[in-house]
Design a protein around this ligand. Structure first.
Ligand code: SF4
Length: 283
């Protein structure tokens, strides 16, 4: 069991666990909860801010599919906290660009290989084109964009082609996430599973060959116990270090002992290091 000595949470990942507008077969989100309400979401953010995190990440299901999320973003904006939003871009509207400029420090967009490979990974033939359109739109408006790629047995051979594509864009970071068998991903593990050696062989070669952006080599082991997730209904959870294919639900974010549980089951030093990396803070 990992113990950390901090009394804070350096990086909080606010996930919308009610539903998503995609159905990616490798998804790691535990979609077992309700959507929550804007009032509850704001109370969650107030609670999170008490801990003075370095970073709040909003993520899947796609945050922008919830109309109230736009109000939540305005509410969450804070000069002292780095706000990152991961989106699949399907629910983005041209009106959202100004909101992003005003309230968001970084947007994460997904590319999971070449157009064909991305479609196979996500079971969505037109998604690559949508994300590409938004990549160009947001970069043109000066938004800082990070690209997320899930690396699996299915797409590993197309990642050099993806690198050639991405190097044409001034992205802030490219994160190569080793596929993690959780939730839907666990059910479909036979399709996506990639060993540490296979993953590192491709990720390290890419990092050696390409220098157009900062490349994050993110094995499962390097991320384990670094995630303080909070659901859109206020449930805090993290991965189970004794079973990497399961979560530990810590309780309500409003519980008095929730930080004690984070100290017991999470590792805030890793969370802080990953937040610094995201924010481009030298360590
Ligand atoms: S991976 Fe992201 S976009 Fe796909 S189903 Fe999960 S939350 Fe939605």
């Amino acid at each position: 069991m990992v113990m950390s000595t901090t009394s804070t949470v350096s990086r909080i990942i606010f996930n919308f666990n009610g539903k998503c507008n995609m159905n990616c077969p490798y998804c790691y989100i535990p979609f077992r909860q309700a959507d929550g309400s804007l009032e509850l979401w704001k109370n969650i953010i107030v609670r999170c801010k008490q801990w003075k995190p370095k970073m709040i990440v909003f993520g899947g299901g796609d945050p922008f599919m919830f109309q109230g999320f736009r109000d939540l973003l305005r509410f969450s904006h804070d000069e002292e906290i780095f706000i990152h939003v991961d989106t699949n871009a399907l629910a983005l509207h041209p009106r959202d660009v100004q909101l992003i400029i005003d309230s968001v420090d970084q947007i994460g967009l997904p590319f999971d290989g070449t157009e064909t490979s991305h479609a196979a990974m996500r079971k969505h033939p037109k998604h690559f084109a949508v994300v590409r359109k938004w990549l160009e739109e947001l970069l043109n408006k000066g938004v800082r964009v990070k690209v997320n790629t899930v690396v699996s047995a299915l797409n590993k051979d197309t990642l050099f082609e993806l690198a050639e594509f991405l190097q044409g864009y001034p992205i802030s970071q490219w994160c190569l996430y080793q596929f993690w068998p959780l939730e839907a991903g666990l059910q479909n593990e036979a399709v996506f599973r990639i060993s540490d050696d296979e993953y590192l062989a491709v990720a390290q070669l890419i990092a050696k060959k390409y220098s157009f952006t900062k490349i994050d080599i993110a094995t499962v082991a390097s991320r384990l116990s670094s995630h303080f997730f909070v659901s859109s209904t206020g449930v805090a959870y993290t991965e189970d270090i004794n079973n990497v294919s399961d979560y530990i639900f810590l309780g309500s974010i409003f519980d008095d002992d929730i930080l004690t549980k984070w100290q017991k089951y999470g590792n805030d030093s890793i969370a802080a290091a990953r937040a610094n990396f995201r924010m481009n803070v030298e360590q």
